[in-house]
Structure formats: structure tokens, C-alpha cells
Ligand binder design. Sequence first.
Ligand code: NAP
Length: 411
Amino acid sequence: MRKVYFKSELGLNIDVSKVYDKKISSLPSGLKNSSRFVKNANSILNDPGIDIVVELIGGIKDARLYIKNALKNGKHVVTANKALLAQDLGLFNVARKNKRIIKFEASVGGSIPIIQAIQKSFVADDIISLYGIVNGTSNYILSHMQQHGCSFKDALKEAQQKGYAEKNPRLDIEGIDSLHKLTILANLCFGTRLKHNNIYCEGISCIQYSDIQYADELGYRVKLLAIAKKIASRLELRVHPTLVREDHLLSSVRGIYNAIYIESTLAGKTLLFGKGAGGTPAGDAVVSDIIDIACSVKNSGMDIEDEAMLKKKVNLKLKNVKDISTRYYIRFMAIDKPGVLAKISDILGKCNISISSVTQKERKKTKIVPIVMITHEAGELNLQNAIGKIKKLNIIKNNPVVMRIENWGEE
Ligand SMILES: NC(=O)c1ccc[n+]([C@@H]2O[C@H](COP(=O)([O-])OP(=O)(O)OC[C@H]3O[C@@H](n4cnc5c(N)ncnc54)[C@H](OP(=O)(O)O)[C@@H]3O)[C@@H](O)[C@H]2O)c1
């Protein structure tokens, strides 16, 4: 039905002429016995009748090779491969050299048209900052812990049972998937040429329900945020669990949903929200890329301009996470005896960290009590120094829990 629409309304003749997967059993039943299934990627890459190659195999080595060869053979490419795009910007040079396009809408935010928005809708604007909930698995786990009062382990198990988390969830829960997406978004927004391994990343696997509960009592939700901020000539990029005020729009993004919140000079504040992953949302983005390329080719012939990642080049220096300033949530587990608070406050004060609120939780049989603090804005280096000193005190048990807080002021 769509194919008929593309033909009648857009004048495009889109046909999936060949499909390759290393395992035929992975293909939908309709394709398994189809003559379109080929046993070798080269049968696609070397076919002069194919205009667009869609890469959805994931991974790095083969995907890179197939994309390069497709471009060199004069084909446009559509990919959803965020891991590859977060580390190999060279592919865009190959595309440019061969006057071909790489489109990658499905690589970030599933069906949310964030790449299009940054490339086209914000073209006259200046993006100042971007905050993304870009991993549905982590967001589901954190939301589930908050709503059902359960541990990280139980929430992960639930996510796996529902098909929202992989059997091996490392990329999602350790923040790596968010990091890949942040790298792509930051390069697009700010014209940088960064690779993901230079960017600070912390996942959610150490988050305990008690911290979600204490944050809740203080009026915050815990979210895994991918953050990008341009401050003068420096760029702050980081992925980590973050306390977000409960009345902020990002706090209402629950479950597997994704959202990207952008602050820009002309448009002000913009929120894009939608399903961040899954076969149909990602498939929708892939098809929209194919149609976009087909329209460009139809309208201007094959000699079209590369409109992707490498258009503008800006030299923004990446800020080390040690140089950032923010507010912090800190939980200490301390022996419940007089003078404990004074000792902690003394070290914080000497490290130039001022406390905004302190809550000491009820006394337990073990005589170890949680002390929860929120700081005013403080330097990360000072904070790490203070934590290093405090955790050496013999009144402190376990490693203190530290989470950064993001404040947007009045919304
Ligand atoms: N799933 C989503 O919701 C989603 C959303 C956005 C972006 N993406 C991206 O889309 C890509 C695919 O993700 P997916 O979830 O669809 O992965 P998937 O379920 O693992 O599917 C990939 C398929 O490609 C096959 N394959 C792997 N390497 C191959 C090779 N060298 N040659 C031929 N076939 C090969 C795999 O076979 P084996 O199983 O035998 O390895 C598998 O059948 C990834 O880059 C992912 O990041 C996915």
C-alpha cells in the first residue's frame, strides 16, 4: 500500500531488490524463500542496478566495509548503526568524495526525527544545549524502580522478560548506547569531529532503589541523561544518571520512551518525544531516509550534495569532566553517633562545597544511617577531592553515592 502511495504521490519507484543476512533463519518468512535473498553481500554492493544500500547488521567491521564499498560503488547508504557512526566519521568523507549521501535517522531516537530536526529545522538556529533520554532500556528500568519500588536487578529482569533489554544488556545499562548517540548528536549540533571514547560516561547499574526514593522525596527523578552544552568555546559532553526536578518535562518521560530537549537561541526550548527503539519505530525512520534520498535523486539527479555530518567544522574544545560545575546529590552511609555530620561538613567546607540541604534518615538496628545531602553548585574536582577524604573517615561505611543534578531554573 505504501509502495503504491510512494509511486502515485511522490513519483518514486521504490523496490527492495535484494536482501542479505548471514543467517537465512533471521529473515521474515516472506523473504526466506524469495529470490530476493542473496548469499553474499557483494551481490548487492556490486549490482549497478541498486541505488541505495541499507545497512542494518550492526557491529563495526563488516558494517564499515559494506558501507564503504557501497559508497565507492556509487550507492547511497541508509544505516541505523550508531556504534559505527560514533567512531568513524571518515565514512562521511568517503560519501562526500563519491558524491553520495549517508542517512542515519534510525541511529538516534528511533522514530523521533531528531537528525532531520537538527540538520534542517535548526539550520538557522544556534543550539546551545541538548539533554537526551536516548536509551529506552535504561529509562524503563529507572521508571520501573521508581514506580514499583524494586531493585535494579528486578527491574532489569522485568525489562528482559518484556523484550526491552537484551540478554546481555551491557551497552544499554552502562550508558554506552547513550554515549554513541550523544556523540552523533553533538557532532551534528556543534560541527565537531569527536569520537565517543573521549566522552565521560557512567551507567545506571549501580543505582539503588533507596537513592531513587530519597531523590523522589526531595522532588527529583533519576534519569540517564546524555548532556551536551556549548559554553563559550568549550563543549561539555557527558552521559550519567542525573537528578531532574520532577516538574521538568524530561521527568515525565517514562518507560521505553525517549525524548530530546534542546535549548537554542531562536527557538528557545524544544522537546522531541517518541519511541526510541523497536522494529517498527526504527523501520519507520529507515524508510523515511530511503524516501528522502529517492526524492533528492529524483529532484536533482545523482549529483547531489552531501548534507550530513561534515558540513560545518567548528573547533570547540571538549571540557574534561573534572572541570564541570554542577549541583550534587550525595548519600553517605555513616555510623550514627554525635559529631558525624560536623566531620563531613567540615571536609566539604574546606573543599569549597556548600550544602543546600541535609537529611539524616531514621536510625537502624545496625546503627549505620544514610545521610543524604544536596549541594549548591560546586566544581567536580573539589567534589571528588572531598569524597576521597570523607570516605577514609572511620565513621563512613561503603562508598558514598554521588549523582549530578541538572537545573534549568524556571520553566
Ligand atoms: N532494534 C532496534 O530497535 C534498533 C533501533 C535503532 C537502531 N538499531 C540499530 O540497527 C542495527 C541492527 O540492530 P538489530 O536490533 O536489528 O540487530 P539484530 O537483531 O542482531 O539483527 C542484525 C542481523 O544482521 C545479521 N548480521 C550480523 N552481522 C552480519 C554480517 N556481517 N553479514 C550479514 N548479516 C549479519 C545478524 O545475524 P546474527 O544474528 O547471526 O548475528 C542479524 O540477523 C544496529 O546497528 C542497531 O544499533 C536497532
